[in-house]
Design a protein around this ligand. Structure first.
Ligand SMILES: Nc1ncnc2c1ncn2[C@@H]1O[C@H](COP(=O)(O)OP(=O)(O)OP(=O)(O)O)[C@@H](O)[C@H]1O
Length: 247
């Protein structure tokens, strides 16, 4: 079952179908007649220069912004994780995981999701005692506990140090393969997109201006010539000349 952002039921084979989407702020069209289809179980990366409207699109898909024109069909079960983990400091980790979840879920439900992200020993901890990477994993657990058919990730690794970021990327890749949900990952990092995604999109001038399948075997290697070629193509689409790699 799927609903549009206004709560109407829609029948569809796609996980997400967006048609003629427009969102303006103060008369300026940040999203301008945008079309987008995401297939069930597909991992899609969304790239684009700062301010091009990626987060705006993600918030619309999450149902957090409804001041739109056009049609947006998304699965009922969807969850979002942002760059900042957004944990409530006065609630223990397991209560944060269950925050806003309908019904009366018990601690064991939260702990199953926490175990999936390797935080089984932090269920009773206060958020302030978590490292940045742990807090981000708790935020992922809060998304996973909703059993989403669509997982929306807005630069979830952006604030992490390089090593923690690599581990978090691997974790998301594993979770996606295990869960089989559709993922839309907003990222500034072309390599991150190519390591994780089935398809990469570039947003420009309010639309998806470019897209490419990422037909590379997994796990992916950044020194693979096909990887390097796709990286150069995506960087050029983003208006950046690809620097030569020295490694
Ligand atoms: N609530 C709002 N009110 C007014 N303008 C907004 C609002 N939200 C977003 N914008 C504007 O819309 C444009 C797109 O913002 P958005 O956050 O979607 O970009 P982005 O591609 O996610 O950027 P970044 O990569 O820097 O996070 C920006 O110019 C921003 O200033």
């Amino acid at each position: 079952m799927a609903t549009d952002v206004h709560g109407e039921v829609a029948t569809q084979a796609a996980a997400v179908r967006v048609q003629g989407l427009t969102r303006a702020f103060d008369g300026r069209r940040v999203i301008d007649d945008l079309e987008l289809t995401l297939r069930p179980g597909e991992f899609t990366a969304l790239l684009g220069r700062s301010g091009c409207g990626k987060s705006t699109l993600l918030r619309i898909l999450a149902g957090l912004d409804r001041e739109i024109e056009g049609a947006v069909h998304v699965p009922e079960r969807r969850a979002v994780a942002f760059q900042a983990p957004r944990l409530m400091p006065w609630k223990r980790v397991w209560r944060n995981v269950l925050l806003g979840l309908p019904g009366n879920p018990d601690r064991a439900t939260a702990e199953r999701a926490l175990a999936e992200v390797g935080l089984e020993n932090h269920s009773g901890a206060w958020p302030k005692t978590l490292s940045g990477g742990e807090a981000q994993r708790a935020s992922l657990a809060r998304a996973l506990v909703r059993e989403p058919d669509l997982l929306l990730l807005d630069e979830p690794f952006g604030a992490l140090d390089a090593l923690t970021r690599i581990k978090a990327q691997q974790l998301v890749g594993e979770l996606w393969q295990r869960r089989g949900c559709a993922v839309l990952l907003v990222t500034h990092d072309v390599e991150e997109a190519l390591l994780l995604a089935d398809r990469a999109l570039v947003m420009r001038d309010g639309v998806i201006a470019y897209e490419t399948p990422v037909d590379l075997p997994r796990p992916r290697a950044i020194d693979d010539p096909d990887f390097t070629a796709l990286r150069a193509e995506l960087l050029s689409q983003l208006g950046v000349d690809a620097p030569a790699r020295t490694t």
